[in-house]
Each structure stands twice: as C-alpha cells, then as structure tokens.
Design a protein around this ligand. Structure first.
Ligand code: XUL
Ligand code: CO
Length: 436
C-alpha cells in the first residue's frame, strides 16, 4: 500500500526546476571528486523524528497527521516501518538510523521488549531485502523511561547501570543482525544537575567501564561496525559528560578507549556548545576521529535542540569541506536527525523536508569540491604558515631547538612583522563560490 499516493520517485531536475517534488542539486549518480554524490553523502533517515515524532511541545499535544494515529502495539510499528521504507525508496535515501524503542513497543518487561524487538527486526529485515535499503546505525534509548531519571551508565543506582547494559547488548545484537555499519552512543541523561548530590569521579569511571564492556561485547559477537559517540553539551542534563568533541576525545584517551571509537557530530549539538558545526568536525577530523554526521540545524534565536532540517548552505559548504578533507565519512554517513516543524503536519511535509536537506548538502558538496580543487584557501593557509618551513620555524617543527636557543634567536631580532589574516577578503571569496 502506498501512503505517499501522489508522489513518484523524486528525480533530479536541476536548479531551474520549479517542481517542489524534485531535486535541484542532488543528482545521486553524478560524479564529484572521483565518486558519485550518493557515496559522498550516504544520506540516512532518522527513524525517530520521521516515524515516531508527534509534534508535541510543552504547550500542546500531537499535531502530526499520520495513518497510524489510531493504532497501537506491533500493528502501529509495522505501519510506521512500511511508510518509512516507502519514503526512503521514493527519496533515494539508502540508509536509516534507529533506537530500539523507535521500531517496537516497549512492552511491560524487558523480556516483552526483547520479544517485540525480534518481531520488528524480522519485519524490517524483509523490507530491507525488498528495497535494498541499509542500516547506517542503531542505538538504544536509555533516557525516556523514568528508570533513567538519574542517568543510565552514570546513574547512582547500579540496577539502572545493569538495565542499560542489557539494553545496549540487545540493541547491538539487532544492529549487527540488520547489517548496521555503526553503533551510536549518545549520552542521553549521562550528566548531572548539581554537585550537591553527585560523585562525578565515580560516574565518569562508570561511563568508561560501560563503554569498555560494549567494546568487549562487540568483539565477542563479531560485530564489525564502527562505535560512535555523539557529543552534546546540555539538554536534558545541565552538564552532559560528552560536552563536545574535545571533551569526548580526551575522555576516550584518558580511559584508553580512543582506538575503539569515533565521533558522530551533530550540527545543533555543536551550536549548543557555542561552537560552529565546522569547528566540531575539524576537531574530530584532525584527531582522526570524524566518523559520522547528524545533519540538522538549530535556530540562532533559540537556545535548545530544535533539530530542524538543514537548509543553511553556508554551514553545509563548510561542513562538506571538512568531510572531503576527511576522505569521506564511510562507514559513517549523513543522518538527518531532524524533524518537521509542528505546523508542518502533513505527510508531504516530510518529503519537502528531506528534499530541502538533501539538496542543501548536495549543493554544499559541489561548492566544497570547487573550493578545494581550486585550492584558494589552502594556498592562503600554506603561505600564512610559511615561517615554519625554513629558518627558526623549521627548527621548532623539527624539535631542534629549546627555550635557550629561542631566547638567543629572539635577542637577535630587530623587528617582528606580522601579515594580515585577511578574514573579510576570504569571506568575500567564499561568498563568490557560494553564489556563483
Ligand atoms: C539527541 C540526539 C539523539 C541521538 C541518538 O539530541 O541527537 O537523537 O542522535 O540517540
Ligand atoms: Co543526534
């Protein structure tokens, strides 16, 4: 049965098309920088925002007009899966990402939850075979249920730690069964509100113990996917332990876990941490840890995780420069961790939203490729650091001098001349690339 009745497979029609149900920039098989666009972008649908989001906010309930609104239990989950796979097929989105709780009802016990998951995993497996759609990553939801009120692996209650471990074990097994290429850990409620009731040292050690168990179990079951951590600075807790890329990287190094994990960088989480998206991507990339992206955007006027579909071409361009410099994202990809606005409650709005996000990143890729192939910024940067390629700079880089030699050198300096950083000129060049 088709739920998007009046919509055929979305095609590329070029930038002059006025058809709202067509791609203006995303041309899946067009070769850019040596490979098809779809291989650079590896777009994924987020199961939660797309299929379980209801449009509720603190001031009002659900608004979404969905065919499952009157259903419950497994029947509801199956309808969601059918609609999700139809949407992905029509959009040409080749991957999906999911939490265990998105795909199956929770049930009244852990045992029932596992049984429901098994039914839905088999169902989704058949849809994957039919459509060729793959799983980019799976994860567990260890934050919605009230048992996680004080966190999951950082809860003061060891029973909660054990329950969360059982959830990750099962979620990793089903991700493995579905051929998932990655497994994500987002901190959920792994953080704290006040030091008056919190042993942060124990909580952080426990978080590391938990992740170590996950690495061991991954190896035990032969799951070959990449483990990813998704940093976020706040919301739901005031102080999240996985604040930003730099915090997560030093945590992983401290606990000797850095070889086992990469990062899943989310645009809106970066801005909540008062960083730009490209900053977080850059910090991850230069440390060899850029694994995947949750593509969305926040609202510059609101200080929370609005998870909007990405339409900002400037941000997408700067992000794709980092992705290209990273040599791509695979086995990661670009997951639209984004939801339609509360007022966009019709099914067609999902299609418009994905087209907007996919076109934004496709255009960002095209511009980033032009920028990198013409090398304007890179040659500017290379010139800016020329002093480290000869003379005293070269000696510093080669480790041939210490403070004493540098003092002797500095005493001999007559005048120090700096050159302009030319920020405004470079921003203007960037605009030329974006608008040409
Ligand atoms: C929350 C968030 C999550 C993770 C997966 O802000 O981004 O949806 O991506 O748990
Ligand atoms: Co996310």
């Amino acid at each position: 049965m088709a739920y998007f009745k009046n919509i055929e497979k979305i095609k590329y029609e070029g930038s002059s098309s006025t058809n709202p149900f067509a791609f203006k920039y995303y041309d899946a098989d067009k070769v850019v920088a040596g490979k098809p666009m779809k291989e650079h972008l590896r777009f994924a649908m987020s199961y939660w925002h797309t299929l379980t989001g209801e449009g509720s906010d603190p001031f009002g309930g659900s608004t979404m007009d969905r065919p499952w609104n009157e259903l419950s239990g497994i029947e509801k989950s199956k309808l969601r899966a059918d609609l999700g796979f139809e949407l992905m097929s029509k959009l040409g989105v080749e991957y999906f990402c999911f939490h265990d709780l998105d795909i199956a009802p929770e049930g009244d016990s852990l045992k029932e939850k596992h049984e429901n998951l098994d039914i839905m995993v088999a169902y989704i497996e058949s849809l994957m075979k039919e459509t060729g759609i793959k799983c980019l990553w799976g994860t567990t939801n260890a934050f919605t249920h009230k048992r996680f009120v004080h966190g999951a692996s950082t809860s003061p209650n060891a029973d909660v730690f054990a329950f969360a471990a059982a959830q990750v074990k099962k979620a990793m097994e089903i991700t493995h069964r579905l051929g998932g290429e990655n497994y994500v850990f987002w901190g959920g409620r792994e953080g704290y509100e006040t030091l008056l009731n919190t042993d942060t040292a124990l909580e952080l050690d426990n978080l590391a113990r938990f992740l170590k168990m996950a690495v061991d179990y991954k190896e035990k079951i032969g799951f070959g996917g990449q483990l990813l951590i998704e940093p976020k600075p706040k919301e739901p807790t005031k102080h999240q332990y996985d604040f930003d890329a730099a915090t997560v990287i030093s945590f992983l190094i401290k606990y000797k876990l850095d070889k086992h994990f990469k990062l899943n960088i989310e645009a809106n989480h970066a801005t909540l941490a008062a960083h730009t998206f490209e900053h977080e991507l850059n910090v991850s990339r230069i440390n060899g840890m850029l694994g995947s992206i949750d593509a969305n955007q926040g609202d510059p006027l609101l200080g929370w995780d609005t998870d909007q579909f990405p339409t900002n071409i400037y941000d997408a361009t700067l992000a794709m420069i980092e992705v290209l410099k990273n040599g791509g994202l695979a086995p990661g990809g670009l997951n639209f961790d984004a939801k339609v606005r509360r007022g966009s409650f019709e099914l067609d709005d999902l299609v418009y939203a994905y087209i907007a996000g996919m076109d934004t990143y496709a255009k960002g890729l095209l511009i980033a490729d032009q920028i990198l192939s013409e090398g304007v910024f890179e040659s500017f940067v290379a010139d800016r650091y020329a002093s480290y390629r000869s003379g005293i700079g070269e000696k510093i880089v080669k480790g041939e001098v210490g403070f004493e030699e540098l003092e002797a050198y500095a005493l001999g300096l007559k005048e120090i001349t700096n050159t302009s950083g030319r920020q405004e000129m470079l921003e203007s060049i960037l605009n030329q690339y974006i608008y040409r």
